[in-house]
Design a protein around this ligand. Structure first.
Ligand SMILES: C[S@@+](CC[C@H](N)C(=O)[O-])C[C@H]1O[C@@H](n2cnc3c(N)ncnc32)[C@H](O)[C@@H]1O
Length: 280
C-alpha cells in the first residue's frame, strides 16, 4: 500500500515508461516490505468486524496490495477492485491469476471523480493512499458510507510523507530536501493531502472506531526487496522532481542510483501511515 504518485501523474495517462514502471514497482515493493504490518492491520479489522466480511470494495486499488491482504485475511470474501488506471488494473488481474485468486477479485475500471459506479452493498471498504487523489473526497466518503451494509467498516489509510531510506546527514541532508520538494509539488496537485480526515469521516456520517499510526521500520542492513524499494522510490524522485532539485542534489542522487544501492549496508526503511477504521 501507500507510496505516492508523482505529482504530475494523472492516473491512467502514462507520461513515459520510467515513471509508470517505477510507480508500479514501488507499490508492489511497498506491499512486500510492509506485508507484516499490513497483515497486522487486517487482523485488527477482523477484530472490529461485527459481521462476516464477504463483499469488499478496494477504492483506488493500484497493484492490489490491500485486495490481496484482505483476501488472505477473510477467506469467504471477494473484492471489487476499483481503479481508474487501465495499466494498474491489468497488473492486478495478472497478479490475481498468478496467485490463483482470479475468481475472488473483480477489477472495475472507473473514475470515482465521475460518480460512484453503483457498487455495493459491501461489508468492508478499503481506501489506501487513494482518497486524497479524489477531487471531492467528501462526496466519495458519503458514497462509500451509502454502499456499506449496516455494521460495515471503512478502512482509510493515508501516508503523509514518503519513507526515509538514507542515513542521517547523507548528502548534507539530501533526503530532507527530496521530501520537502516532493511535499511542495504534491501540495500543488493534491490539495486534500494531509487534511483532517477524522473531521471528514465524521462529516460524512462515520463513527471512528480506531485510529492509529502504522509504522514500518527496517534497520540496516536491509533485505534485498527493501533495497529495491528504496531504489524505486529514489529513482521516482529523480524523475519527478528534477526541476525542483539543485544540480548538486541531482548529481548526488545519480551517483547513488548509478552506483547501485545494492552494495550499501547503511540503508533503512522508516515510514508512517495514518489509519482510520470507521463504522457506517
Ligand atoms: C498511491 S496509489 C495507491 C494504490 C493502493 N491503494 C496502495 O495502497 O498501494 C493511488 C491509486 O488511486 C487510483 N486513483 C486515483 N484517482 C482515482 C479516481 N478518481 N478514481 C479511481 N481511482 C483513482 C490511482 O490510479 C492509484 O492506483
Amino acid at each position: 500500500m501507500a507510496s505516492e504518485h508523482a505529482p504530475h501523474h494523472h492516473p491512467g495517462h502514462g507520461h513515459g515508461h520510467d515513471g509508470d514502471h517505477d510507480m508500479t514497482e514501488m507499490l508492489d515493493l511497498d506491499a512486500e516490505v510492509a506485508s507484516a504490518e499490513i497483515d497486522a492491520l487486517t487482523a485488527r479489522i477482523a477484530e472490529l468486524a461485527t459481521t462476516v466480511v464477504r463483499d469488499i470494495i478496494d477504492v483506488g486499488s493500484g497493484t492490489g496490495t490491500g485486495s490481496f491482504a484482505l483476501l488472505r485475511r477473510f477467506p469467504e470474501a471477494t473484492v471489487t477492485a476499483v481503479d481508474t488506471s487501465e495499466d494498474l488494473q491489468r497488473h492486478l488481474a495478472a497478479a490475481a491469476g498468478r496467485h490463483g485468486l482470479a475468481g475472488r477479485i473483480r477489477p472495475v475500471r472507473a473514475d470515482l471523480d465521475a460518480g460512484w459506479p453503483g457498487l455495493g452493498p459491501a461489508d468492508l471498504v478499503w481506501a489506501s493512499s487513494s482518497m486524497h487523489h479524489m477531487t471531492d473526497p467528501d462526496r466519495v466518503l458519503r458514497d462509500v458510507r451509502a454502499a456499506l451494509r449496516p455494521g460495515g467498516l471503512l478502512v482509510l489509510v493515508e501516508m503523509e510523507r514518503m519513507p526515509n531510506f538514507l542515513p542521517a546527514g547523507f548528502g548534507d541532508g539530501l533526503e530532507d530536501r527530496l521530501h520537502a520538494a516532493h511535499a511542495e509539488a504534491r501540495a500543488e496537485h493534491l490539495p486534500h493531502i494531509g487534511s483532517d480526515w477524522t473531521a471528514r469521516l465524521k462529516a460524512a456520517g462515520f463513527t471512528v472506531h480506531d485510529q492509529h499510526v502504522l509504522t514500518v521500520e527496517r534497520v540496516a542492513p536491509l533485505p534485498h526487496e527493501a533495497v529495491r524499494y528504496a531504489e524505486a522510490t529514489l529513482r521516482r524522485f529523480r524523475h519527478s522532481l528534477a526541476d525542483r532539485l539543485s544540480a548538486g542534489d541531482q548529481a548526488t542522487l545519480d551517483g547513488l542510483l548509478h552506483g547501485g544501492l545494492a552494495g550499501r549496508d547503511d540503508l533503512t526503511v522508516i515510514s508512517n501511515r495514518d489509519v482510520w477504521i470507521a463504522g457506517a
